[in-house]
Design a protein around this ligand. Sequence first.
Ligand SMILES: *Cc1c(COP(=O)(O)O)cnc(C)c1O
Length: 379
Amino acid sequence: MKKENLKRTLRKVKGAQDRTIVLEGKELLNFCSNNYLGLANDKRLLKAAQESMKTEGFGAGASRLVCGNMAAHQELEEKMCQFKKSEGCLVFSSGYMANIGIISALFSKDDIIFSDRLNHASIVDGIKLSGAKFKRYPHSDMKALEKMLKEFKEIKRKVIITDSIFSMDGDIAPLDEIVRLAKKYKSLVMIDEAHALGVIGKNGRGLAEHFDVEKDIDIQMGTFSKAVGSFGAYCCGKKELMDELINKARSFIYTTGLPPAVCAASSKGIDIIQQEEALRKKLWDNTYFIRGELTSAGFDTQYSQTPIIPIVVKDSDLALEFSKRLVKEGVFISAIRPPTVPNNTARMRLSITAKHTKDDCEKVVEVLKKVGGELKIIN
Ligand SMILES: *Cc1c(COP(=O)(O)O)cnc(C)c1O
């Protein structure tokens, strides 16, 4: 990996996640976190966590099935049921653990899983753990998906799994069409709303809300680690589904419950998402401004439709050089290289938040144009 310049190392951030961060001693404009609504350092989340610690302490002490099922876990699940209009909800320790737990609990060798080629790694790992038949369809290609569904229509249990908003490309899945195909071929549907919850949908409930197909999605997974500003993940769906997961999902059973204070902070984040539509509006205003400026400057932002904007430069070394020069100019946008993205699609992955000011947005555009010009990525 070192020889191919693909070896990665950790960089230390001092202080909190905000519109700026202090990276290895230098204050930089932060355009690469998933903290879309800026809640990761919101006083109200901190206060909710502190209040919870006064009565519930810090650690959960045990698995939730032993004695670690604390009030904060259940309150968060109840809140999610109300917010998502879902019969049931189960909180997992992280998005990664939710995906590997849900998929491996529900599907096995007699079943078949259709998965978008750009789905998150945790979905792929969950599928591998499940032992189910695994068919990848080309990214958002509904013709290819239909062909596969037809080819395997004899298999009784089928599921289509997709990210809602694709994490490295910023485009959205054609959920309306996926739901239509699922009905036609009697397939289940599972979505991963990690980047969509709090970001998209009239009330911030995600892409299923955006397409008005919430009732048609069997398994709705998402995380509290991105727009919600906290940590942990959820699965929403029927009560029976929750019973199945509580009894079968190994990443739920064999792990300690989340610290209750973390769940209290997540609950507060969900409240804020419901109460402060203005945050979502600011996020989208910033997004439209920056994406518009970058495309008119000649950058290739692919099919981005969301606050995640890729600037694909293909070559890994070039992406690294791009990132390094941006740091010199006071902006942090990380280079994303294989294997996180397919070979020869190295990119800068810009992610925008509601906390960025107009000045921040203008500055990032100006600096990207300057460095992009120097590196001949734009003319
Ligand atoms: C970030 C992410 C996850 C993992 O969530 P964590 O809570 O960070 O473990 C899962 N799926 C997608 C699509 C993600 O972007």
